[in-house]
Ligand binder design. Structure first.
Ligand SMILES: Cc1cc2nc3c(=O)[nH]c(=O)nc-3n(C[C@H](O)[C@H](O)[C@H](O)COP(=O)(O)O)c2cc1C
Length: 198
């Protein structure tokens, strides 16, 4: 299995087709690639997982789509989590997805999947604060799972007007900040996982 150090899994906590957070995730994936990383963009709509239920887990095991995501995460060292904000919180979709991924599967320990992973968190919202309150919670959840979350983060406010037709951020300062964050993530992974030939 390829566990290359510069592979970064990018996803948003929204399934909505026109999701602003998915737009930001798409942009972040391209910026990760520009920074020398290898991004894999995932749409959680393609991974419909039932709401966590201990009885369902006991009777049927880990749902297939959660297994697929686990296998993908196992092949990536970095994560970009783009978090919409619902009532000042992360979305049920993001929480549910991470809860299922944290469960043991047979002999595989759940949290082992998150250990030694490095993440950054981003958010977008039509509101004036850009979903900033969800960032602290996404950060806390990932930290609880054992992920190292970079201090750098970006909240994109007024998301309905924030993107240009070609998917960039209209605000050049925000675009630059996104570049810096993606660079920092790739650079951190490089430093933590020096290639054998170096
Ligand atoms: C139940 C619910 C609660 C929301 N609460 C907030 C909120 O606390 N802060 C905020 O900025 N936007 C809030 N919104 C608006 C979302 O930011 C908006 O629907 C956004 O488009 C969701 O992200 P998405 O575009 O990636 O799907 C809320 C939306 C819903 C459905």
């Amino acid at each position: 299995m390829d566990q290359s150090h510069n592979r970064i899994l990018v996803f948003a906590g929204s399934a909505r087709a026109e999701s602003y957070n998915k737009r930001l995730a798409r942009l972040a994936a391209s910026r990760v690639d520009n920074a020398g990383g290898r991004a894999t963009l995932v749409d959680l709509r393609d991974f419909p997982i039932p709401l966590y239920d201990g009885d369902l887990e006991h009777e049927q095991g880990i749902p297939d789509h959660a297994r697929r995501l686990r296998a993908m995460l196992a092949e990536h060292s970095g994560l970009v989590v783009v978090s919409p904000e619902y009532n000042g919180f992360i979305t049920p979709l993001l929480k549910n997805t991470l809860d299922w991924l944290s469960r043991p599967d047979g002999d595989e320990e759940g949290l082992a999947l998150f250990r030694n992973r490095v993440a950054c968190v981003l958010s977008a919202s039509p509101g004036g604060f850009g979903g900033m309150r969800s960032l602290a919670l996404a950060r806390q959840l990932l930290t609880n799972l054992g992920v190292t979350v970079l201090p750098d983060q970006l909240a994109v406010p007024r998301a309905a007007q924030a993107f240009t037709d070609n998917g960039d951020l209209a605000d050049q300062g925000a675009g630059k900040r996104l570049d810096q964050i993606c660079h920092r993530l790739v650079e951190t992974l490089e430093r933590l996982n020096p290639r054998a030939e170096r």
